[in-house]
Design a protein around this ligand. Structure first.
Ligand code: SAH
Length: 221
């Protein structure tokens, strides 16, 4: 335990509350051991503002600034589990936010490329990831609706914001057999979809109902 953590009294607490979170994920049906281990080991409290760090291991989304949120741990675990089912090596993430989901993917040994549209969050993710020594991921400030053509194809693409329709550019950047995990729909709720590419065929499966911030397209800010 780091001395500063001990001083703040969050060292042991976070150990225990992390374990409680893993229990909850198990109860909610997350069964992939690699995902559970990653959720246990990645320090979510380092990705949220200090004032919120005591709530970091609750299974809820929390504000990260710029009107955005760090995703709920259950949703991160669920999406990561779906990504792993595609047996990926190279993954694109759209919507880096604070970098927590990015860290979970990187901790699983995947090669991660991640795009964030809001400059302040792109900078925040860069700082957070270097603090947890996962700075080898490739981050980019830009519009993820267009994907990352120069690095395509990807074995899996994970999107953390909801467009109204499937973005064609992302479908085209999937490798053969690759999958896109994405919330789709506007307004009240969205469907979390898993879209698998077979040649020019894209097979859709609904994983569950979710609630993400809307995906915005156009010039980054
Ligand atoms: N997994 C992130 C989720 C952040 S919320 C985390 O846990 O922190 C979704 C993020 O998607 C926001 O940061 C938002 O700015 C970003 N976003 C929305 N539309 C985007 C787009 N077109 N390209 C890239 N990022 C986008």
């Amino acid at each position: 335990m780091m001395q500063s953590e001990q001083f703040l009294g969050i060292g042991m607490t976070s150990q225990r509350t992390r374990e409680r979170l893993v229990q909850r994920l198990l109860e909610r049906g997350i069964s992939d051991r690699r995902v559970l281990e990653s959720m246990r080991s990645v320090p979510r409290h380092l990705f949220v503002d200090e004032a919120l760090s005591s709530r970091a291991y609750e299974d809820t989304a929390l504000p990260i600034g710029s009107g955005q949120t760090i995703s709920q741990p259950y949703v991160v675990a669920r999406m990561t589990e779906a990504v792993l089912q595609c047996r990926p090596r190279k993954v694109l993430e759209v919507g880096t936010g604070c970098g927590y989901q990015t860290a979970v993917l990187a901790s699983l040994g995947l090669e991660v490329f991640s795009i964030e549209r809001i400059g302040a969050l792109y900078e925040k993710a860069r700082r957070n990831l270097s603090r947890v020594k996962l700075s080898h991921v490739r981050l980019r400030h830009g519009d993820g609706y267009q994907g990352w053509k120069a690095q395509a194809p990807f074995d899996a693409i994970l999107v953390a914001a909801a467009p109204e329709e499937l973005p064609e550019a992302l479908l085209q950047q999937l490798a053969e057999g690759g999958c896109l995990i994405i919330p789709v729909g506007g307004g009240g709720g969205q469907q979390l979809l898993k879209v698998t590419r077979q040649g020019e065929q894209f097979n859709q499966e609904v994983l569950e109902m979710v609630s993400f911030v809307p995906m915005l397209s156009g010039a980054p800010r």
